[in-house]
Design a protein around this ligand. Structure first.
Ligand code: SAH
Length: 269
């Protein structure tokens, strides 16, 4: 009887928040040695270009609000690719397990008997505040931080949020379109309208923009802003006023962004 060829491994790789230089060494190595690459909308094109010429590439991007490839189709694609290839990379923006549906993909792979590894990435939940000069925790201002999605936000979700906002910094992903609702809800639940807020869009890229305001003013101030944006709600948001450091045109950023170091070699098997 002929023995079956072993299936390959799927690497769930975090691409980082935007600047391709913020991928991990291990993540970059996985891309370079991939036989197939399935990547998302917010992944920088130059990271996709790091794959070898012979690698199969699949765009699995989902533009907000538009019809696109379903999550189940992506999972099926990963399974099919792993049956044909040794190394399949699933490249996702930020960290694959922070609102990236990486958990669902890992479960589907496990169920199909496909081996997988997770290569974490720098999440925009931390990188966007950092690039705006906002530490998510700071002595005397915030002892912790909570990362939530604004996407599924409903008015009846907000009481919990208000409790969280009293205790720690709130970092909201996918919240730009709901900013007005979120801010009003928090104020209605007793949070001061003067609480500092910052919205950081296109963080770590040349298009980065930070808008500062308070719970009362932030929605109006962000009317012009395009996503992706990370919202920081809490006393630490005002530290942007003193600590903003990132200028997209700055020479230090240009120097470290490209090219990638060539000596980064293949992942050990
Ligand atoms: N897994 C990703 C998050 C996916 S959800 C991560 O860990 O970063 C997508 C949301 O992430 C966007 O709606 C936005 O809130 C945030 N985001 C992604 N890239 C961003 C960027 N460059 N600047 C600011 N926010 C970003």
């Amino acid at each position: 009887m002929r023995s079956h060829k072993r299936t390959g491994t799927v690497y769930l790789v975090g691409a980082g928040p935007g600047d391709p230089g913020l991928i991990t060494v291990k993540g970059l190595s996985a891309i370079r040695t991939a036989d197939a690459l399935v990547y998302d909308r917010l992944v920088h094109p130059s990271l996709v270009d790091e794959a070898s010429a012979g690698a199969e590439r699949f765009y699995a991007g989902k533009a907000p609000g538009s019809v696109s490839i379903e999550q189940e189709e992506i999972q099926d694609l990963l399974i099919q690719l792993a049956r044909r290839h040794e190394r399949v990379v699933r490249l996702k923006g930020g960290d694959p397990f922070v609102f990236g549906r990486g958990g669902e993909e890992a479960l589907a792979l496990r169920e199909a008997g496909i081996a997988f590894e997770v290569i974490p990435g720098i999440s925009s939940a931390i990188a966007a505040p950092a690039y705006a000069g906002i530490p998510v925790t700071h002595r005397a201002l915030a002892r912790g931080f909570t990362v939530v999605t604004g996407h599924t936000c409903r008015p009846d979700d907000l009481p919990d949020w208000a409790a969280l906002a009293r205790a720690s910094t709130l970092v909201v992903l996918m919240g730009l379109g709901k900013l007005d609702e979120i801010a009003r809800g928090l104020i209605e639940h007793g949070i001061s309208p003067k609480l500092p807020v910052a919205a950081v869009s296109c963080a770590t890229t040349a298009q980065q923009e930070t808008v500062r305001g308070t719970l009362a003013t932030i929605a109006g101030a962000c009317a012009h802003l395009e996503g992706p944006a990370t919202i920081v709600i809490g006393e630490v948001a005002r530290m942007h006023d003193d600590l903003a450091w990132f200028t997209a045109a700055g020479p230090s950023i240009d120097r470290i962004r490209t090219p990638f170091p060539e000596h980064i070699v293949a992942l050990s098997a």
